[in-house]
Design a protein around this ligand. Structure first.
Ligand code: ZN
Length: 337
């Protein structure tokens, strides 16, 4: 914790988020997942390990009795999402956060459900409507677009061993919407355009003794999950590895209470199983397995390949690494900011 910043109460509280500038959108014909291809396309499974770097609160949306969690204090609290009674980070949550990083780092389109189109600094064709199943931006090609299924499937992440959850007291926040929002989302250059895609920074967790607790997965919880992928081009594989944080330069941020610095998740690869077109449909038995140092080298090579071919955009990657770097983190604001 030596290299964390601290702020004093009389300082202006830093915003717990920042913006990655939009990259121009580029679309190409897509390659489906219906048939496993060989040649230059990669199919297989990533076996991943995760560590909660802060408490994590991916909630079920319903309340549970605090006592049932082994706590003495009575009352109802917002419970964690569970599968088979085990606290779980759903695959869909992982997919969402990895997709948002890949979108920001590549020439991908913009989801416009929560923004005003007139404030976008890039052409109207940059929005999601411009992507079709056959011709799409990088993120839509990899993660799916409407009825076209994703080439990447995320399994749920669960702890390897039974864990004891905790009640964490946080001051609730209202959901910020870019529409009605604070000028901080837009430039002050006269046009008032959006600054870019918003990402929450990592930080030291804020708590508030006077507020009600929520159920959280404690810091240092270790989890595992799998990611299946079909027909990824090598540069798409590099973008996926970067989005998963597998080169160690970024950590993911997910779940509730991100502005209070919950939800930091570090990742690592246990193994990568690559299949060729003939093996994959039968079983994993013939798939080649890469683990340990060679797996780390493979991740680095994949990401470098994607950067070299400008599939991952250097400026956006640098910006994401600056915002989502876990080492250089400040305290999160415990109150309004
Ligand atoms: Zn798209």
């Amino acid at each position: 914790m030596n290299n964390t910043r601290t702020w004093q109460p009389d300082e202006i509280v830093p915003k717990p988020f920042d913006f990655v500038p939009f990259a121009p959108v580029a679309r190409a014909d897509t390659v489906g997942h219906e048939r496993v291809r060989g040649d230059d396309f990669i199919s297989g499974v990533l076996e991943l390990e995760w560590e909660a770097l802060s408490h994590i609160a991916v909630s079920s949306g319903s309340y549970v009795l605090f006592e049932e969690l082994g706590n003495r204090e009575p009352g109802l609290i917002m419970g964690l999402y569970r599968v088979g009674n085990i606290p779980t980070i759903p695959g869909s949550t992982l997919k969402g956060v990895v997709r948002s990083i890949v979108e920001a780092a590549t020439a991908s389109c913009i989801t416009t459900t929560r923004v005003e189109r007139r404030w976008l600094p890039i052409p109207d064709s940059s929005t999601r409507d411009g992507c079709t199943p056959a011709h799409a931006c990088p993120a839509c090609s990899m993660f799916g677009r409407m009825n076209r299924m994703s080439k990447i499937r995320f399994g749920d992440a669960q702890p390897d061993e039974p864990i004891r959850t905790l009640g964490w007291r946080v001051k609730p926040l209202h959901n910020p919407h870019a529409n009605d929002a604070p000028p901080v989302y837009r430039t002050d250059n006269g046009h008032g355009q959006y600054k870019g895609r918003k990402f929450y920074r990592h930080g030291r967790m804020a708590t508030s003794e006077t507020d009600a607790p929520i159920e959280a997965m404690p810091r240092q919880t270790r989890l595992t999950s799998k990611v299946w992928f079909t027909n990824l081009a090598p540069h798409e594989m590099g973008a996926l590895c970067f989005g998963l944080g597998l080169d160690g330069t970024i950590a993911l941020k997910l779940g509730g209470h991100k502005p209070r610095c919950l939800g930091s998740l570090g990742s690592g690869m246990i193994a990568l199983r690559l299949a060729d077109a003939t093996d994959f449909t039968r079983s994993d038995a013939h798939a080649s397995k890469i683990e340990g140092e060679p797996a780390k080298d493979w991740v680095q090579m994949s990401i470098q390949h994607a950067v070299k071919h400008s599939f991952l955009h250097g400026a956006q990657v640098d910006s994401l690494r600056e915002i989502l770097n876990y080492q250089d983190r400040a305290a999160c604001p415990p109150e309004m900011y």
